[in-house]
Design a protein around this ligand. Sequence first.
Ligand code: ADP
Ligand code: MG
Length: 320
Amino acid sequence: MPLAEFALISRFFAPLATDSGALSLTDDACLIEENATCDLAVTTDALIEGVHFLNRDPANLIARKALRVNLSDLAAKGARPLGYLLALALPRQVDEAWLEAFAAGLADDQRTFAISLLGGDTTATPGPVTLAVTAMGRVPRGAMIRRSGARPGEAVFVSGTIGDAGSGLELIKDEAGEGPEAQFLVGRYRLPTPRLGLGVALRGAATAAIDVSDGLLADLGHIAEVSEVRISIDAERVPLSGALRGLRGSGLDTIVRAATAGDDYEIAFTAASERDALEAGLRAGVPVTRIGRVESGKGAVMIDAAGREIPISRPGYSHF
Ligand code: ADP
Ligand code: MG
């Protein structure tokens, strides 16, 4: 059996992360001290054609998604993005129209998020299009929201709605993207919304945070592991969009799929004060829902209406 993604990282790469700012490779971004008042959060994510996007996907959306998944990591840390680096590996037959659309997508999002391209690298590859974005952002000294701060007795929250993107991807695969609900879900997959305003509003209010990329349950499992707590989610509290409920219903099966699908790029976080958490959502104009609690113990679990733990075979996406 191949090594699981996180076992691989902790065995081969964590020993190399000797600087304390690497956070032992257990967080969404590393932490670099910039000056007396400011820290930098830095993160990188790669996207591969055929894995993260399809050859026929519009180039401007591929570009914006690559940027946004990185901005989402910064959002979860409470950082304000300042810029990014772009590494591109392109098939030899570079299609100029593709590049034109790709660059236009980046230009659009640079305006939206007030950031600049800072550098990168361009190579040819015999394989599929591969791109890696490294994004950096500023956070006041000591204010970065880590994965490690959750404590028993606190409540667990998530922004927006969960499961839209996972369902959108299924619709794309089934070539069933017709109708307004399906189009909304496909849009949530193709173009995530990094919750940057919420991340900033959560400074000082959230005790731990992560962006939901692998799956709500898997990602809360990361907080549970690093914080050394147990996280318990009430299935019926997981927020589902009207479009998802319209297309898939709101039964337990839909909820379990939503909470294990990934690609949501919402922020899941813990907080000691429910009022502070909800107020941060109001300030940022993003819905925030209380979905569970932090307990002592291990792991992240989902509980049904009768209080029973729901057996889950696969809490989220893993590459290996
Ligand atoms: P995220 O989903 O927030 O982008 P990942 O799940 O991709 O985070 O990665 C988990 C952690 O492992 C992060 O801290 C990331 O920096 C680190 N990591 C992953 N792959 C590598 C690698 N090849 N070398 C160093 N660190 C890595
Ligand atoms: Mg992340």
